[in-house]
Design a binder for this molecule. Structure first.
Ligand code: FES
Length: 190
């Protein structure tokens, strides 16, 4: 054995794991790599749970209502559903308030529904029977001559407050969450 090789054999091995500091370093490195790997693998899954950008964009919609004259309506889409917005006349508001709760299958005052501003009706335009889209009517009959909505599918009739009057629908047209914005010149739905 050469002199050289004797001196080499006394050197500590480079891969000697009996060195505590080296062993700790390797353990930490392995954990860190594992954590990064696990994080990278989980990222697509976590991202898949976030709402898509286009869904977020539709979470609320702002509708300019300046141009809607009294007695006129506008239909917009919010989260894939039609929303009826109607600028009601004084006569329509009066008629809605005069309707007896006794004739309503789903009793609710007009004030409860549109306390924010009774001039503006905002409802989800989906019949509560089987989900058809009701049509606006000038005269829905039943002695209620201030308009409302008739569902063509099975004949449910809703008054000028969107409340069910007759037909198989069990509930009033739903009022979505909404607020007035821009000094009352627009409505934010959602
Ligand atoms: S879906 Fe409207 S009456 Fe049946």
């Amino acid at each position: 054995m050469s002199k050289n090789s004797q001196s080499e054999s006394k050197e500590p091995l480079k891969d000697d794991l009996s060195d505590p500091s080296r062993r700790d370093f390797l353990t930490l490195t392995a954990c860190a790599v594992g954590a990064v790997g696990a994080g990278a693998a989980a990222l697509p899954f976590i991202n898949s749970m976030n709402p898509a950008a286009d869904v977020m964009a539709l979470a609320s919609v702002d509708i300019d209502i300046k141009g809607i004259q009294p007695g006129h309506s506008k239909t917009v889409v919010w989260r894939g559903k039609p929303i009826f917005i109607r600028h009601r006349t004084e006569e329509e508001i009066k008629a809605a308030n005069e309707t007896s709760l006794k004739i309503l299958p789903d009793p609710q005052t007009d004030q409860e529904r549109f306390a924010k501003d009774p001039k503006w009706l905002v409802v989800i335009g989906v019949c509560t029977h089987l989900g058809c889209i009701p049509n606006e009517q000038k005269d829905i009959g039943h002695g209620l001559h201030e308009g409302g909505w008739l569902c063509p599918c099975h004949g449910s009739v809703y008054d000028i407050s969107g409340r069910i009057i007759s037909g198989p629908a069990p509930k009033n047209l739903e009022v979505p969450p909404y607020q007035f914005i821009n000094n009352g010149s627009a409505i934010r739905i959602g």
